[in-house]
Design a protein around this ligand. Structure first.
Ligand code: NI
Length: 241
């Protein structure tokens, strides 16, 4: 499942994150690459131990935790602390690769299985040329270039690349998620079901506002209660926590 999550950061948070990371000292992107991806990686990356990286990471982590679409789409068990990269000038592309299956966070020695990869765009799409994230999917190639503050989440199993940035600069935050539900198919089903139930409940609330059908006494429609139960029973069956 490839998911776009809009407005993960508020404009204020976006400005704060940009200011923090852009004023810090950057390193060669190969510091976290594997042996195959290291041969095609040509960008810059913010060393994760820098105070600016820690502060920016905190802002992103808080924003992710409060975002219902991220939580329901990822069902996160463990999130790799967000990293930051930039593509411009001579360091402007990242060729085809698949991310390492397991990332070990150096500071905590914690392992994260990379079920999903996320890119949070930090540059306005109009401010640079090229720089599309290209994800090879069973449905074909997806070319992704979202507006600043929006996030894309895609399966860690995908071959992907970042096209050369030919003008301007592409600044982004990226990280991986280990999900409570390992299977992409099962996660997708749960996500669709959750979205449908949420829409049904919303419709009921809107349509029944005047007659107060939904109240602590009457509760919600039995069908909605049952569907919500099915969601949780599927999650109980599949979740590994
Ligand atoms: Ni990658």
């Amino acid at each position: 499942m490839l998911l776009r999550i809009p407005h993960v950061l508020t404009p204020e948070e976006l400005a704060q994150v940009r200011q923090l990371v852009l004023s810090a000292d950057w390193a060669d992107g190969r510091i976290t690459a594997g042996s195959q991806s290291g041969t095609v990686k040509n960008n810059r990356q913010l060393p994760e131990e820098l105070p600016a990286a820690q502060q920016a990471r905190h802002i992103v982590s808080v924003a992710l935790a409060r975002n219902p679409q991220f939580v329901t789409g990822a069902l996160p068990k463990s999130v790799y602390p967000p990293l930051f990269n930039r593509y411009s000038g001579g360091s402007n592309a990242f060729g085809n690769h698949i991310d390492n299956a397991v990332r070990t966070h150096a500071a905590t020695a914690r392992h994260v299985r990379t079920d999903m990869a996320c890119t949070l765009f930090l540059s306005d799409a109009e401010s640079y040329e090229g720089g599309e994230l290209v994800v090879e999917d069973t449905y074909g190639e997806q070319r992704i270039k979202f507006t600043a503050g929006d996030l894309v989440m895609y399966p860690g199993t995908s071959v992907h690349r970042v096209e050369p940035v030919t003008h301007g600069e592409r600044l982004a935050c990226f990280f991986w998620v280990e999900s409570m539900v390992r299977s992409d198919t099962q996660r997708r089903l749960l996500y669709d079901m959750d979205m449908a139930i949420t829409a049904l409940r919303q419709q009921d609330l809107t349509q029944n506002r005047d007659i107060d059908r939904i109240s602590p006494v009457n509760g919600e429609r039995p069908e909605v209660v049952k569907l919500t139960g099915c969601y949780h029973n599927l999650l109980r069956m599949w979740a590994d926590v």
